[in-house]
Write a new protein. Structure first.
Length: 697
């Protein structure tokens, strides 16, 4: 299985067992050596051929923020020591990423004005950088060299120069941010000078035995920036100048083209890397090219490698979602891989602030030291490929101990919280029976999976459908349990989720009114409704609008349909085929799409805007009429929203019926997820609740 992915390869002098690397991620817990070591150790043990650290600033002024490590500092030395020891003990290899934020640095981190090739305002860091003078350029080159030298002395297995995603080195290469007219800028050749000088400095400091990877931008996706052709020229120059591999990045933080969000098709950016690889081949510079971004399975990686698009594939978020993605795939058990759903909610969105990075579908990510149990269950217990774990009561549990039947725990509800609780309990060796009233497991992920670009939510359901039986969890679907049914269990985890909030709308009967669950259940029925008013404009309402814009809403997208949809969205033609039909989102207070993470919200709303979806805030719904929905604005004036149907997606309330029954019956229980608190519910909290509860019960 996956022969191209599992072919050995090498980067410079570094021999690697296969072609799957773990890409750089800023984690916001780099200064915690214990957490960092445990995090990397699991990914190394899980089979990553080479792990690239998060960016380590080569100087204070190049820092990306308060939580970044700065090369040479005490915190860096502690973290580097812990990470190297953990990765090497686990049999892995670790590359240090050398980073300088340039105009993406935040002035308030150290009170230093950001430096850049030219004074071009940064919308990302909201600062005006100073143009670097010759002395500052020379010092920065020495900073890169010093960091590479230290990496070699500490025992790193490689270094990677961060030269993409709009950071300093990329800024020098870009016509949008390099406005100089000296030896460091002015034309395409001079814009290469700084990236090449950085490479030369690092190459020299690293010495011949330490591989140097250069991450360059394949396409900035920025107005006025250098062209992909220019970057292919830079790639050839870097290869000729001694780079051991080129890792191809895409897009800048300021770009308005989505690059890593769920709505971006899998493998969208591989052709950019493939063109760079072809350009190198044409110039007889056979330096390995690494592809990255929107690849979340070994199957996709293997296909790209087999097709000769790239020589290595760098996965980042997929290693958060499942540290053992490589090991499971190598064992021929890809169905046991917990797939990254590209939500960005617990990773990229957090990395933009200061909260420690984790993963929505894997709440242990970043907290491996605090929650070591799953390492024991999945790593030292039944391994992928070794068959399912025995069922409780029929033999030894995962911990090797025969457990009494009365110790069994019931989990009611198979949405994210319940699934995670069941898996966590079972990984502790607790017999678990999981009850679900619906026909299948997955809860609200089954609704989300219908949204264009979110089919990977169903991959998470697939994961649990294999992982839970492996752990010995008994699953009973189509069973709406009552308290009386659960008297024989030692404990009940109530994960019964939420119910749609109802909104009183006088005038019933004037228009069809559905709640969001009905709309998601049969979106095709709304396809021919010309005008739809959606009451509510949070994440579910935005998802619903996306769904209703599709030609065949509700049918999972094929990869081809995903690519076609994204092309329409990039062209600003999303939803054009609705023939002028109107969707209106209505919100009383707050922002449209509130609750959607910052890295995704703008992209989601951009699609809705281009499709002509109306989005109104500050309106209060008053009554239904036979011509639409009557609302009032904040100034008290009335407004008729023309509509032929109304969908209510105005929040949720706790589903507490079972919890009340258990309380009355005196059966011990714990309520988690939306059933505990519907306000502000998101899947990050639901999964985290499941982990906490499964560990504590
Ligand atoms: Fe992937 Fe979401 Fe997890 Fe980030 S939080 S790694 S995007 S599943």
């Amino acid at each position: 299985m996956f022969p191209a992915a599992f072919a050995p390869g090498s980067i410079g002098t570094l021999d690697l067992p296969h072609r799957i690397l773990m890409g750089s991620m800023h984690l916001n817990f780099e200064a915690d050596p214990r957490a960092l070591g445990a995090f990397y150790a699991e990914r190394a043990a899980g089979g990553a051929a080479l792990i690239v650290t998060g960016g380590t600033a080569v100087s204070r002024e190049g820092s990306g923020g308060r939580t970044y490590l700065v090369s040479g500092g005490g915190a860096f030395l502690d973290a580097a020591g812990a990470a190297l020891e953990a990765v090497h003990d686990a049999g892995g290899r670790l590359a240090l990423q050398l980073f300088h934020a340039g105009r993406y640095a935040f002035e308030d981190t150290f009170g230093l004005q950001p430096l850049a090739p030219s004074p071009v305002w940064s919308a990302f860091s909201r600062s005006m950088p100073a143009a670097m003078n010759q002395e500052q350029i020379a010092r920065t080159l020495e900073d890169f060299a010093g960091a590479a030298r230290l990496a070699r002395e500490l025992g790193f297995d490689a270094v990677e120069i961060m030269g993409s995603e709009g950071y300093l080195v990329n800024q020098f290469a870009s016509a949008a941010t390099n406005l100089r007219d000296d030896e460091w800028g002015g034309d395409a050749v001079r814009r290469r000078a700084f990236p090449l000088a950085v490479l030369a400095a690092v190459r020299d400091a690293a010495g011949p035995g330490l591989p140097v990877i250069f991450r360059l931008s394949g396409d900035d996706l920025m107005p006025g920036s250098s062209s992909p052709e220019e970057y292919r020229g830079l790639a050839a120059a870097l290869a000729a100048a001694g780079a051991d591999a080129l890792n191809v990045g895409i897009g800048w933080h300021e770009s308005r083209v989505p690059t890593v969000q769920a709505l971006v098709p899998h493998g969208q950016w591989l052709p950019v890397a493939a063109l760079i690889r072809a350009a190198l081949a044409a110039q007889a510079c056979p330096v390995p090219v690494i592809g990255s971004n929107r690849i979340n399975s070994l199957a996709q990686a293997d296909a790209a490698l087999a097709a000769g698009q790239v020589d290595f594939v760098s996965l980042a978020r997929p290693f958060l979602a499942d540290p053992r993605i490589v090991a499971k795939s190598a064992a021929g058990r890809p169905e046991l891989v917990n797939t990254c759903i590209a939500c960005n909610e617990a990773c990229i969105d957090r990395s933009l602030g200061t909260e420690p990075v984790s993963c929505l579908v894997n709440p242990r990510a970043g907290r491996e030291a605090a929650y070591p149990v799953e390492v024991q269950a999945a790593g030292k217990g039944p391994v992928p490929g070794a068959g399912p774990a025995p069922l409780p009561g029929t033999g030894p549990g995962p911990g090797g101990v025969r457990l009494p039947a009365h110790a069994a725990v019931a989990v009611a509800g198979a949405g994210p919280a319940g699934l995670q609780a069941a898996a966590t309990l079972a990984s502790h060796g607790v017999p678990v029976v999981l009850f679900e009233a619906g026909p299948g497991i997955g809860g609200q992920f089954l609704l989300a999976g219908k949204v264009p670009g979110k089919a990977d939510f169903l991959e998470n359901v697939r994961y649990f459908s294999h992982e839970l039986p492996r752990l010995g969890v008994r699953i009973r679907t189509g069973v709406r349990v009552r308290a009386a049914d659960l008297a024989g269990f030692s404990h009940v985890v109530v994960a019964t989720g939420v119910l749609p909030r109802t909104v009183p709308l006088p005038g019933q009967g004037q228009l069809p009114v559905l709640d969001y669950r009905d709309a998601f259940a049969d979106p095709a029925a709304l396809r021919t409704v010309p005008r739809i008013a959606v009451v509510g404009a949070g994440g579910i309402a935005v998802d619903l609008a996306h769904l209703l814009l599709q030609p065949e809403p509700g049918r999972p997208e094929t990869e081809k349909q995903s690519a076609e949809r994204f092309a329409r969205e990039l062209a600003g033609a999303a939803g054009a085929d609705r023939g002028g039909a109107q969707i209106t989102l209505l919100r009383r207070g707050g922002r449209i799409g509130a609750g959607i993470g910052p890295s995704t919200r703008w992209a989601a709303l951009q699609v809705l805007r281009s499709a002509g979806v109306r989005m109104l805030t500050g309106v209060t719904c008053r009554r239904l009429t036979n011509r639409g929905l009557l609302v009032t604005r904040q100034d008290g004036s009335g407004l008729l929203i023309p509509a032929d149907a109304v969908v209510v997606a105005a929040g949720q309330v706790e589903n507490t019926e079972l919890a009340h029954g258990l309380e009355a019956a005196g059966i011990p229980f714990t309520v988690i997820g939306g059933a505990a608190t519907a306000a502000g519910l998101n899947a990050v909290r639901a999964f985290a609740d499941g982990l906490e509860c499964g560990t504590a019960v």
